[in-house]
Design a protein around this ligand. Structure first.
Ligand SMILES: C[S@@+](CC[C@H](N)C(=O)[O-])C[C@H]1O[C@@H](n2cnc3c(N)ncnc32)[C@H](O)[C@@H]1O
Length: 201
């Protein structure tokens, strides 16, 4: 039998620091929607650690959805739904249940700016007042890179696709505010990344 699980080594390094931040922000019950779940390693790890919550992963890439499904089966976790085909840029998301929070880890820099705008618009539409959107990734601050390694990372992203790149956090926050998502917290993370928590007005 083939094993569709994909492996992203960075998830093993960043999943615990991310989980520690999520513990302080996620509510005690409800469904957490993840956009751009990738391999599915993060969502399975979070679901095992936070059994009081249900998790709904998603990804527009069918091979990633196969990997997410395979990780769910492998981990035998009951509180993760099968992945949805959701794209940040689509006009609206159809969900089986309203989420109390939306997670988006490492997507903003590796997609066109329209994906960030769509993420903000759609997250604001599916969250009710007080619900949070959690972002994780590399960001510039006030137009400046925060580390030399991020300069090289930005260049490598733009070489792969000119529409990609490390975004200015202030521009991301402006897009969020325009959609009705207010900044609730920023945490500096290992390897020059940031956790950013936005709250639905
Ligand atoms: C670098 S991977 C990150 C995956 C995972 N969150 C992680 O941190 O390991 C980027 C992910 O963004 C997804 N993605 C790219 N464009 C997207 C879009 N417009 N809407 C939703 N997901 C998107 C890709 O399919 C991929 O799974």
């Amino acid at each position: 039998m083939t094993d569709a699980r994909r492996f992203a080594p960075a998830t093993e390094r960043n999943r615990e620091p991310i989980l520690e931040v999520l513990r302080t922000w996620l509510p005690g019950a409800g469904t957490v929607l993840e956009i751009a779940s990738g391999t599915g390693e993060h969502v399975v790890h979070f679901a095992v650690a936070l059994p009081q919550l249900a998790f709904q992963p998603s990804d527009p890439d069918p091979a990633n959805r196969d990997s997410i499904a395979a990780w769910i089966t492998h981990a035998k976790v009951a509180n993760v739904r099968m992945p949805l085909d959701l794209n940040a840029t689509t006009s609206s998301w159809t969900l089986p249940e309203a989420p109390v929070a939306v997670l988006c880890i490492n997507m903003i820099h590796i997609s066109p700016w329209t994906a960030t705008l769509g993420l903000m618009r759609n997250a604001a539409a599916v969250l009710t007042g007080g619900g949070i959107l959690y972002l994780y990734g590399a960001f510039k601050r006030d137009g400046m890179h925060t580390a030399p390694s991020n300069v090289a990372f930005d260049e490598s992203l733009r070489a792969r696709d000119p529409a990609w790149g490390v975004r200015d956090l202030e521009a991301v926050l402006e897009a969020a505010a325009g959609a009705g998502l207010a900044l609730a917290g920023i945490t500096a993370m290992p390897a020059n990344n940031f956790s950013v928590v936005l709250r639905r007005d």
